[in-house]
Design a protein around this ligand. Structure first.
Ligand code: NAD
Ligand code: WQD
Length: 360
């Protein structure tokens, strides 16, 4: 249990000496948000979720209650709806974890206004309503995509940022707003977490990643091939300057990522101001290595063909994780086998994701 400093979040002391804080999770019905809610509930915190459900299924909610042992409070709210969001915040929170947003790179190219509206204007509404209601502690979902394609891995947090698509631009814009806010109003406590490639699922197989339509990302595509929903994977390029020619990424188990948020809250209890941390494992795997690891974990053969490179892809990207290790006392624990096993366990139990369950 993290040790939240009394007076920072004014947490509620329990009979066993642990402390409860009240946390609002925006986008808490989504992939990373739902896994984080489980870990927050497990740590004993009180959790409220706001989510518009634009990219989540209501069937996740009873599953969260099952995993967490109690119902998280849920309100279907769009973060851009100032009145609705403000009235939720008036209930009183110690901290906000802000996952809500749109995340598809290709879609951001075809709908830049929509991406700036949700990701940037939506965050402005959240910040203004947090300030109005006296909440000044925030963990923000940023992305390794802010590094762009020019730097050579490993990426540390001091590298210049250079996003190459509107999605990445919106993440960087929010980081800049947060940094400026913490300078202007030093009582804020703000953490931007730059996630590398989140994969996997809760080990129970109860919650997991359920993309709409054809998956953009490697792991959900592989699991859908394994379960028979897709015929074969296209490997986007085998002529990169990497050991086997395919792209190398820093895949991180979503449960480790969720625990990184618990660690970031603990950090914010001890520190004011603004700080960026990478969340990754610090090691890269190629597409072919992921396929092999998945085949071993699942016992299924993954049919694939080598296709051309995907526009905008880097050859290799992985994190320098030292800052998170030193300052958050957090380290990813789960290896590629656990990532593949848990991704498969989720997909096998839920071949159609949340779609085949009645809504909550
Ligand atoms: P997700 O789409 O599963 O979760 C986002 C949630 O936000 C969804 O439940 C969606 O319904 C909700 N949402 C979207 N717009 C909203 C709005 N206007 N108001 C209220 N709710 C809204 O995505 P995820 O993978 O869980 O990502 C969570 C966050 O992490 C996002 O901000 C994303 O940009 C960031 N991130 C994700 C990855 C990744 O690879 N998954 C990597 C780096 C950063
Ligand atoms: C991984 C590797 C592909 C699909 C994206 C976003 C990034 C962040 C995380 C939000 C690459 C290869 C993929 C396929 C393949 N999201 N691949 N066949 O591109 O590293 O990052 O998700 O912030 O912003 O860009 O992840 O899973 O799409 O790709 O060969 O069908 O798998 O070329 O080498 P990426 P990914």
């Amino acid at each position: 249990m993290p040790n939240f400093g009394l007076g920072v979040f004014a947490p509620e002391p329990q009979s066993d000496g642990s402390l409860i804080i009240r946390i609002l999770v925006t986008g808490g019905a989504g992939y990373i948000g739902s896994h984080t809610v489980v870990e927050l509930l497990a740590a004993g915190h009180e959790v409220s979720i706001v989510d518009s459900l634009v990219n989540a299924h209501p069937a996740v909610l009873p599953r969260l209650a099952r995993l967490g042992g109690r119902d998280p409070d849920f309100r279907q709210v769009d973060i851009r709806d100032r009145g609705a969001l403000g009235s939720v915040l008036e209930d009183g929170f110690d901290a906000v974890i802000h996952f809500a947003g749109r995340k598809a790179v290709g879609e951001s190219v075809s709908d830049p206004l929509g991406y700036w509206d949700t990701n940037v204007a939506g965050t402005l509404v959240l910040l203004e309503e947090m300030r109005r209601t006296g909440v000044r502690t925030l963990v923000f979902s940023s992305s390794a995509t802010v590094y762009g394609n020019t730097a050579v891995a490993p990426f540390d947090e001091t590298l210049p940022t250079a996003p190459i698509n509107p999605y990445g631009e919106t993440k960087l814009a929010v980081e800049r707003i947060l940094e400026a806010l913490a300078v202007a109003e030093p009582e804020w406590r703000i953490s931007s977490l730059r996630y590398f490639n989140p994969v996997g699922a809760h080990p129970s197989g109860t919650i997991g990643e359920d993309p709409n339509g054809i998956p953009d990302n490697l792991m959900p595509y592989i699991t859908q091939v394994a379960v028979g929903r897709r015929e074969r994977l296209s490997v986007f390029g085998d002529d990169y300057e990497t050991p086997d020619g395919t792209g190398v990424r820093d895949y991180i188990h979503v449960v480790d990522l969720a625990l990184g948020h618990v660690a970031a809250l603990d950090y914010l209890a001890r520190n004011t101001g603004y700080r960026v941390h990478n969340l990754g494992t610090g090691r890269g795997y190629s597409v072919l290595e992921v396929i092999t690891a998945f085949e071993q974990a699942s016992g299924r053969k993954i049919a694939y063909e080598v296709a051309g490179r995907r526009e905008g892809d880097a050859a290799a990207a992985w994190a320098d994780t030292r800052r998170a290790g030193e300052e958050l006392a957090w380290r990813a624990q789960r290896d590629i086998d656990a990532m593949c096993r848990d991704a498969w366990n989720w997909q096998r139990q839920n071949p159609n994701g949340y779609g085949n369950e009645p809504t909550a």
